[in-house]
Design a protein around this ligand. Structure first.
Ligand code: GLU
Length: 372
């Protein structure tokens, strides 16, 4: 199996090698392995913790207590430091990096979602490695994602990744307390329902350094596998762990996806669409869509209803039948201004260009038996 798009999540305990400070050789090793993945034409995103740890280190481990503003302050100090280290180390391998700080609202709000995804996609297209972390300075426990395991699953879903790799300080999920010799490594989970005994076994585990434990990893895996992503939980200190996984070795715990990405996308789009809202297209545009093309303004005849950039809308054929649906990169009033135009006229008509397509083909699904 060739995994084309991979999200790699490294936790604080992996980056520090279990100590209090960032462990540079570990980071160099990740950079080297990510370079190999890029040479194999894999698109990789790194979801990295370590901001708070880097902040503590920079300020010489102050005793600030556990209240939220203190953590936020440490993240504010540590995040640029962490990025500076990544920048320096990845540049040794000729890799440019870009920082993407996300909050829960960036993922739940449709407009921010499409903006964040657009940025990540563009970084990947340009072979820049996105390094994602939660924006700890504005996220609090109530409104935050809280841990980077869940954040990485949301990124995997957003980017429809093939593989989510949760690297940690232990070699995978165990069916009991890992310190207990009677417990064994769970090699794979294929069944649709993760058994209560596995949930029980992982609850309460935490290395004490990062935020997540095995419970958040399993929660993250549950989210990602539902959108068609394979999840591997493995030991981050394993030499060549990334290559091993790409070469089909199966260290760690493999959690297999529940459905294919197309089905998931369709279900998601159907659930998000507002009936009767969308665009009416001409015959030529319908043919282009059926051949796998994207929806361009030139083929749009009319706009129906109100919608915002990032909303899921219907595509109606000339007879008014809904034939497809998709996530739209422009709002209804913007489309009303560019309909019938060629793509190269969008920018002068609106004064900006979000995308050349109104609906990218990756964001579009056909409604079977309804003209599609
Ligand atoms: N965002 C936090 C940091 O960079 C880490 C959250 C986590 O460990 O899951 O320090």
């Amino acid at each position: 199996m060739h995994y084309q798009r991979i999200i790699i999540k490294v936790g604080t305990s992996t980056l520090t090698g279990g100590s209090r400070a960032l462990h540079y050789p570990r980071i160099v090793e990740f950079a080297r392995q990510i370079k190999v993945l890029q040479e194999r034409h894999c698109q990789t995103v790194l979801v990295s913790s370590g901001a708070i740890a880097a902040g503590k280190e920079a300020l010489n481990f102050p005793n600030l207590g556990k209240h939220i503003p203190a953590k936020q302050m440490l993240a504010a100090v540590g995040q640029p430091r962490l990025m500076a280290i990544y920048e320096q180390i990845f540049s040794m391998y000729g890799i440019h990096v870009g920082q993407v700080l996300l909050t829960r609202t960036d993922i739940t709000n449709r407009k921010s979602y499409i903006n964040a995804r657009g940025t990540l996609e563009t970084l990947l297209e340009n072979k820049v490695l996105p390094i994602v972390n939660e924006n700890d300075t504005t996220a609090t426990d109530e409104i935050g994602i809280g841990d980077n395991d869940n954040l990485s699953a949301l990124v995997a879903t957003m980017l429809e990744a093939d593989l989510l790799l949760l690297l940690t300080d232990i070699d995978g999920l165990y069916d009991g307390n890992p310190a207990d010799k009677r417990s064994g490594l769970i090699k794979e989970i294929r069944e649709a329902e993760i058994s209560p005994s596995i949930w029980n076994a992982v609850s309460g585990s935490n290395s004490g350094l990062g935020t997540g434990g095995m419970l958040t990893k399993l929660q993250a895996a549950e989210v990602a596998r539902r959108s068609g992503t394979t999840v591997v939980i493995a030991y981050g200190g394993n030499e060549n762990i990334l290559q091993q996984i790409m070469d089909g070795d199966t260290p760690g715990t493999w959690i297999y996806p529940l459905e294919d990405k197309m089905e998931n996308r369709k279900r998601y789009l159907l659930a998000s669409a507002q009936t009767g809202v969308g665009v009416e297209i001409d015959e030529g545009a319908l043919k282009a869509l059926q051949k796998g093309g994207s929806l361009l303004p030139v083929g749009v005849r009319a706009v129906r209803g109100e919608f915002q950039r990032g909303d899921v809308i219907y595509v109606f054929d000339q007879g008014g039948k809904p034939c497809a649906l998709g996530r739209c990169a422009y709002a209804a009033d913007e489309i009303a201004r560019v309909k019938g135009m060629h793509t190269n006229q969008i920018e002068s008509a609106l004064g900006y260009l979000y995308a050349e397509e109104l609906i990218h083909r990756d964001d579009l699904v056909f409604l079977k038996g309804k003209g599609g």
